[in-house]
Ligand binder design. Sequence first.
Ligand SMILES: [Zn+2]
Ligand SMILES: [Zn+2]
Length: 181
Amino acid sequence: MLEEIYNNRLNIKQNEIKNISIKYENILENVIPKIIINNKVFNGVLEYDKSLLTYKDFGGIMLAKLNNIPLEMVKCSHCGRYHSDNGKFAYTPHRTHLCLYCGHLFRAKERNIGSELAMIYNVPEIKLQDKLLKIDNHCCVEYNMLKGTLLINNQNVNRVLFKDKELDIVEFLNHVLKNEF
Ligand SMILES: [Zn+2]
Ligand SMILES: [Zn+2]
């Protein structure tokens, strides 16, 4: 599946992009989001200089923004390409990074979290309303990266009631996506 998406590349310097969203149809069953560019589903990778951005990079920036993480430019000392963190690494600052381009581990000077997307776009903070939503077996998550909006089953909430437990939306998504690095 990954090989296929790399065949479809969209150069984001040469194409005008007004809107980027990701949508997890039901995050409880499938942690791979659709990428939606200018209101159309895009099944591929975004290309920018030497960066190739996949759904994982978009999931990573959603988690980092939800956790109010300051994102940095993290460069691999082996191949010189920039690094994006996903899954639990998108909200846990770390010194040793695994470069997904060349496969080498490299060490940063301080613990940090990298994002290529945050270097390219001015990504706003996510504003959540103080509201509780009960979810059953269906949990659709939509994140609009350039607007900074996050919707859970079409609603802007900061807490969910899931299996009779009240969870902070940040903790909930951190947990659901922690292994998606
Ligand atoms: Zn590298
Ligand atoms: Zn890293």
